[in-house]
Design a protein around this ligand. Structure first.
Ligand SMILES: Cc1cc2nc3c(=O)[nH]c(=O)nc-3n(C[C@H](O)[C@H](O)[C@H](O)COP(=O)(O)O)c2cc1C
Length: 319
């Protein structure tokens, strides 16, 4: 299947940042150390495959008070830039792999996490990173603060829609007041959670996020029936929207763009199966792509076992 010129290959400008195309590598915990050679090599390889933006995996903000300095992160950022992609990083409110109950977090701890986001962003900016993305999706801590069914708090971080939005908004405002306009600010949010909140609730939250300074809304998952269908309503808020989830099959990412449901498309497992997905898809070379079978064995499977993620479609390494 060839669709030329591909909508995927169209550049996009967001403030002073130029995206070479519409393909994003979404955050995916690689179980490699992003400050060590194996992590740098992993991201260099994926950036060389052609996406316009690489969002580095969920990284706990406490690490920025320990081992992640600007100096430690610079090789990673440089590798992505040298390959022609923009570099953002997803920031997780706790050490990744740990969790806290929403109702148990003290106000002092909440304020401390906001401070850690500020510090992490400053270090990322100093490392040359183009963007940061608070992880507000997938039932993790920030998402549960927003979720009525999962936020039992009786103070002003719960109870009302404004209360449930508060933690996420404080992080966004904290980041903006720390670094001004010096980074692209993305926010990952799950648009619908059955039994807790719907799209209208998320739209109200997203409008507040944009007013607080978010540049790009990353909706995950956002392809339920048609590609990008749950991302589409967010485009009315006036900032670019990323759609993600099963968009790697031929035509799906293109459809999300063509039908005006998203501005950018993120390819996760498809990008693991074939690190050159973006370059090949932008050129319409669909028959050249190593297809992700969604077996989830060595990506999600390895993640669960805390082993470096890989793919059953890769050739066996030479003995
Ligand atoms: C191994 C693995 C690790 C992931 N880690 C993250 C993560 O760090 N943060 C996040 O928001 N999503 C994470 N995800 C979800 C992806 O970003 C993406 O939303 C999901 O894989 C759906 O897109 P796809 O169908 O193109 O794979 C991960 C997915 C995989 C397969």
């Amino acid at each position: 299947m060839t669709t030329l010129p591909s909508l995927l290959s169209q550049p996009l400008r967001i403030r002073s940042w130029q995206f070479r195309n519409r393909v994003v590598m979404p955050p995916m915990v690689s179980v490699r150390d992003i400050a060590a050679q194996d992590g740098v090599d992993w991201y260099r390889r994926h950036a060389e495959g052609g996406p316009g933006l690489v969002i580095i995996e969920a990284t706990g903000v406490p690490r920025f008070s320990r081992d992640l300095s600007a100096t430690a992160l610079r090789p990673l950022v440089d590798a992505i830039h040298q390959a022609g992609a923009l570099a953002a990083i997803q920031l997780f409110p706790l050490d990744f792999g740990t969790d806290r109950e929403v109702g148990q977090l003290s106000r002092t701890e909440i304020a401390d996490i906001v401070q850690q986001y500020r510090r992490a962003t400053r270090i990322c900016r100093d490392a040359g990173m183009d963007g940061v993305e608070p992880h507000g999706a997938h039932g993790y801590l920030l998402n549960r603060f927003f979720s009525p069914a999962e936020n039992p708090r009786h103070d002003d971080y719960g109870q009302t829609p404004a209360g449930r939005m508060r933690f996420g908004l404080e992080i966004v405002r904290g980041i903006r007041s720390e670094v001004g306009e010096a980074v692209l600010l993305l926010y990952r949010h799950t648009p619908v959670k059955d039994g807790s909140y719907g799209c209208a609730d998320s739209l109200a939250f997203a409008a507040e996020l944009v007013a607080a300074g978010v540049d790009v809304l990353d909706l995950s998952p956002s392809s339920l029936v048609t590609p990008g269908d749950h991302a589409a309503p967010f485009r009315h808020l006036g900032v670019p929207v990323i759609a993600v989830g099963g968009l790697d099959a031929p035509g799906r990412a293109e459809e999300a763009l063509r039908e005006g449901r998203a501005d950018l498309v993120a390819i996760g497992r498809g990008q693991i199966a074939d690190p050159n997905w973006a370059r090949k898809a932008c050129a319409g070379e669909w028959d050249q792509i190593t297809v992700c079978t969604k077996c989830n064995k060595l990506c999600f499977g390895n993640l669960r076992k805390r082993l470096p993620i890989a793919c059953t479609e890769w050739p066996e390494p030479a003995a």
